[in-house]
Ligand binder design. Structure first.
Ligand code: SF4
Length: 320
């Protein structure tokens, strides 16, 4: 949960999660839809899907006990080098170094690492430094101390030296270049996509579809639609998308709203329209499932941020 997300944000989600899934076995026996519903709002839904898959593997292959060694942990879905080492050192007291964003910043400053921290060379150097000073038998405490130092004192902007226990021997501090470390070369510009979505109503119900299980928002529900292609106006885009996804023709009516959201690697502006079915009966072609649902049922279907906002617009607007 804490990957890409701050502790303050995670706390209420963590509590809700632990109420629903207090043990690995309860998580493993839950459906993916339940899991996505409890995770909803935290984003990066691949993490929830991976946790669910990992819990089933732990039940089947490890008798319900999470393995404590890095090699086995890394075989579980969603567990990479950092997470495996963090679990092994903190939960199982194994002598494993780890490297999260906070540790990376502290080490890059303390040792004045001049390589780009996102490059292969920079990454290798930082992992090597993380391991080089690991106190045997205390890796968990050491890793957590560096994480906490980075989170609380050695912050990205204006690190607070006065309280820092490393001040006397910190290289970046002695050269007064702490704010230039870690070296991070600029990332390429983030693309921006224009997307459309259709609100199609029938018998006081709206049509929602379920995304394929893999990829962005996999397994989540949404209002059907998709990305604008070159030279397409918005209604043309929406008619094409609905034809491809559901095999029907629609008339695109007035606009319900415009919604914006920034994902990690791109931004989206979504235009939602009221639409009317003209020809054909919708059936899932490029989606895995579809449902006609009443507005008071929408909250039972896990959705990403934008689709939940559309749902809320619908729920708070006059009845269909
Ligand atoms: S002295 Fe400053 S830059 Fe160095 S580790 Fe401490 S807070 Fe970070």
């Amino acid at each position: 949960m804490l990957q890409q997300t701050r502790v303050e944000t995670v706390i209420p989600y963590f509590r809700r999660w632990m109420q629903h899934f207090p043990t690995i076995s309860e998580l493993a026996s839950s459906s993916l839809q339940e899991v996505l519903g409890v995770w909803e709002g935290l984003g990066y839904y691949g993490r929830a899907r991976n946790l669910h898959k990992a819990s089933r593997i732990v039940m089947l292959e490890y008798g319900g006990q999470l393995p404590g060694d890095v090699k086995s942990l890394r075989k579980l879905p969603g567990i990479g080098r950092y997470t495996a080492a963090a679990i092994a050192s903190i939960a199982f007291n194994r002598d494993e170094p780890t490297l999260d964003g906070n540790i990376r910043r502290v080490l890059a400053r303390f040792f004045n690492v001049t390589e780009d921290a996102r490059s292969r060379m920079g990454e290798q150097r930082l992992w090597q430094l993380a391991g080089q000073h690991l106190p045997a038998g205390h890796a968990g405490e050491y890793n957590q101390a560096l994480m906490d130092l980075g989170a609380s004192i050695c912050s990205p902007k204006s690190p607070g030296f006065k309280q820092c226990p490393l001040e006397a021997s910190c290289l970046a501090r002695s050269l007064a270049i702490q704010e230039q470390r870690p070296v991070l070369l600029p990332k390429p510009a983030i693309p921006h996509f224009i997307v459309t979505a259709a609100v199609i109503c029938r018998d006081q119900r709206v049509l929602i579809t379920c995304r394929p299980p893999k990829g962005l928002l996999g397994g989540m529900w949404e209002f059907p639609g998709g990305k604008q292609q070159h030279d397409e106006d918005l209604p043309t885009c929406l008619r094409r998308e609905i034809g491809e996804e559901l095999g029907v023709e629609i008339e695109v009516g007035s606009q319900l709203g415009v919604y914006r959201h920034a994902y990690t690697h791109f931004r989206v502006t979504l235009h939602a329209f009221w639409c009317i079915l003209l020809k054909g009966e919708p059936h899932p072609i490029q989606v895995v499932d579809m449902r006609w649902v009443r507005l008071d049922e929408l909250s039972q279907y896990p959705m990403g941020k934008i689709d939940r906002q559309i749902s809320q617009t619908l729920v708070s607007s006059p009845s269909l």
